[in-house]
Design a protein around this ligand. Structure first.
Ligand SMILES: C[S@@+](CC[C@H](N)C(=O)[O-])C[C@H]1O[C@@H](n2cnc3c(N)ncnc32)[C@H](O)[C@@H]1O
Length: 247
């Protein structure tokens, strides 16, 4: 079976000095890619979650991978990330961004990613694909088990009496699966000491998963100044890894 992540590693140039993972999770994919490289790179794990960057750093260290200081930031909202990262490594950086694109509207995340990448840098990005259309993957999300998982946040905050609506949304530009909680009574919820009021009929977005075709991904990325240089697609066609530049 062809692994698009490992396949992509064969196309990463030898002059890359640092691999900066955006939203690293536990860093498994980056670690397996670094092991395939012919060159030595410094791994910089970054994520919004402190426990996850620490786990990724620990996992990399246990594989003898040289690891820089793990960084915690909100990729979607923090500014000055570019200045900060450039002080550590000036050029020839490979940014990886795996599992992030599905959960953001493109305009909310791609400008942030674009700002980080400069002339000699590369971006390795994963995307979820829907080669047979978004409706065909709806059953993967519109089922009881997924609704129980999605509803956990509500159960944890003692919110009951509404319903979870999962549907496929298609616009001219983008296709995605969206799950909303629909309130069926007026309610006040206390989260982290803050009280939020919802009225009957209001919706709370729980989840989105953006899906692309190869064409829609290419035109979406191009719209934000990012070009695909090479594509690596899983056998079932539902996951792709894309080596990109901003030149
Ligand atoms: C679906 S997981 C993917 C993890 C890993 N990259 C992988 O492919 O296995 C998404 C990751 O992005 C991180 N994340 C989500 N929102 C983020 C944000 N705004 N800024 C930085 N990281 C974020 C999560 O904490 C999580 O580790």
């Amino acid at each position: 079976m062809v692994d698009p992540y490992l396949e992509s590693a064969l196309h990463i140039p030898d002059n890359i000095q640092a691999l900066i993972s955006l939203g690293c999770g536990a860093g498994e994919k980056e670690i397996s890619i670094i092991k395939e490289l012919n060159t030595s790179v410094v791994f910089i794990p970054t994520d919004i979650s402190m426990p996850l960057v620490l786990t990724a750093a620990k996992n990399a260290a246990s594989c003898d991978i040289k690891t820089g200081v793990p960084l915690v930031f909100d990729l979607a909202n923090d500014s000055n990330l570019d200045d900060f990262l450039r002080k550590q490594f000036k050029a020839n950086r490979l940014f990886t961004c795996f599992g992030i694109l599905p959960n953001f509207a493109p305009a909310d995340i791609l400008p942030q990613i674009y700002r980080l990448i400069n002339g000699s840098d590369l971006l390795l990005l994963s995307a979820n694909l829907a080669p047979s259309g978004i409706e065909s993957i709806l059953p993967q999300y519109d089922n009881n088990l997924t609704k129980i998982w999605l509803g956990q946040l509500l159960v944890d905050n003692a919110v009951y009496g509404g319903k979870i609506d999962v549907r496929a949304i298609e616009t001219d530009l983008h296709h995605w699966i969206q799950a909303d909680y629909i309130f069926e009574s007026d309610i006040e919820i206390k989260i982290s000491g803050e009280t939020i009021s919802f009225n009957v009929g209001e919706k709370l977005e729980l989840f989105v998963s953006y899906r692309y075709t190869l064409q829609s991904l290419e035109s979406t990325l191009n719209g934000f100044g990012i070009q695909i240089e090479n594509s690596f697609i899983s056998e079932n066609g539902e996951e792709g890894v894309f080596l990109c530049s901003t030149q």
